[in-house]
Write a protein that binds this ligand. Structure first.
Ligand SMILES: C[S@@+](CC[C@H](N)C(=O)[O-])C[C@H]1O[C@@H](n2cnc3c(N)ncnc32)[C@H](O)[C@@H]1O
Length: 214
C-alpha cells in the first residue's frame, strides 16, 4: 500500500435524527456522496451492515442506488427504515447473520462500525452481554462479520470503512486493529485521511479504509 491519501470534506450533518443514544456517531452525507460518485453508478446495490442513523442508505437512495442495511438497535432500525422508499431492504438484526438474510450480492459497501476502547469490557457488537466482554472478543467478532460481508460482495467491488483511533484513558489504535481484522477477507487498497472543513473543535479528521473484494 502507498502513503495515505488526503481529502477534504465539509463537516455538515444535513439530517436531524431524533435524539437516540450515540446520535453524534454519524458521518456527514457529503462523505458518502464522495465515495458513491467514485465507486458506483445508478442502480447499484449499496450495503451498510451497521446502518445506525441511515446516512449511507439515505444518500444511496437520493443518488438512484438501491440501499440495503442491517441495524441491531430496534429504535434506530425503525427510524432509518421509515425514512426510505426501500424500507423493506433494511433488516433489524445482527450483521454477523448477514448470510441468513437472503440479500443479493452487493456492488458497494460503506459503513462505520460501533467503536470500542480497548480498556472497556462492554462489547457493543453484543449489546454489552457480559459473556462476550472485552476488546479481543470485539475484534474477533469484527473479523467474522467482515468475512461474511466479503462473501456478500461482488468480485472487484469496494468496501469503505470509516473509523477513528480513540484517545481516552488509554489510546486505542482502532483504525489499525480494524484493518488487521478485515484484511484476511478483503484487500486493503487505500487509507484515506479525511480532513473536515468546518470541523467540530475536538474532531479535525477521520479515516476511511478502502478495501477491495478480490
Ligand atoms: C457508528 S454507528 C453507524 C452510524 C452510521 N454510519 C450513520 O452515519 O448514521 C454503528 C451502528 O451499529 C449498530 N450495531 C452494533 N452492533 C451491531 C451488530 N452486531 N449488527 C448490526 N448493527 C450493529 C449500532 O446500533 C449503531 O447504530
Amino acid at each position: 500500500m502507498t502513503a495515505p491519501t488526503l481529502i477534504n470534506i465539509p463537516f455538515k450533518l444535513e439530517r436531524n435524527p431524533p435524539p437516540f443514544e450515540g446520535n453524534d456517531i454519524k458521518y456527514p452525507e457529503e462523505l458518502v456522496r464522495h465515495f458513491l460518485k467514485l465507486y458506483t453508478k445508478k442502480g447499484d446495490k449499496i450495503l451498510d451492515p451497521f446502518t445506525g442513523l441511515g446516512t449511507t442508505l439515505f444518500v444511496a437512495e437520493e443518488m438512484g442506488r438501491i440501499p440495503y442495511g442491517i441495524e441491531a438497535d430496534e429504535q434506530k432500525f425503525e427510524w432509518s427504515a421509515g425514512q426510505l422508499q426501500h424500507w423493506q431492504n433494511v433488516i433489524c438484526g445482527d450483521s454477523a447473520n448477514i448470510d441468513r438474510f437472503a440479500l443479493p450480492r452487493m456492488d458497494f459497501c460503506m459503513t462505520s462500525p460501533p467503536y470500542m476502547p480497548k480498556h472497556h469490557k462492554w462489547n457493543p457488537l453484543f449489546a454489552g452481554d457480559p459473556k462476550k466482554a472485552g476488546y479481543n472478543t470485539y475484534l474477533r467478532r469484527m473479523k467474522t462479520i467482515f468475512q461474511k460481508i466479503a462473501q456478500q460482495m461482488k468480485k472487484n467491488s469496494y468496501v469503505v470503512v470509516q473509523a477513528d483511533n480513540l484517545h481516552g484513558r488509554t489510546y486505542t489504535p482502532l483504525v489499525r486493529d480494524l484493518s488487521l481484522a478485515i484484511e484476511p477477507s478483503l484487500k486493503l487498497e487505500d487509507e484515506i485521511i479525511v480532513k473536515w472543513d468546518n470541523p467540530k473543535p475536538d474532531y479535525p479528521f477521520t479515516h476511511c479504509l478502502v478495501f477491495k473484494k478480490v
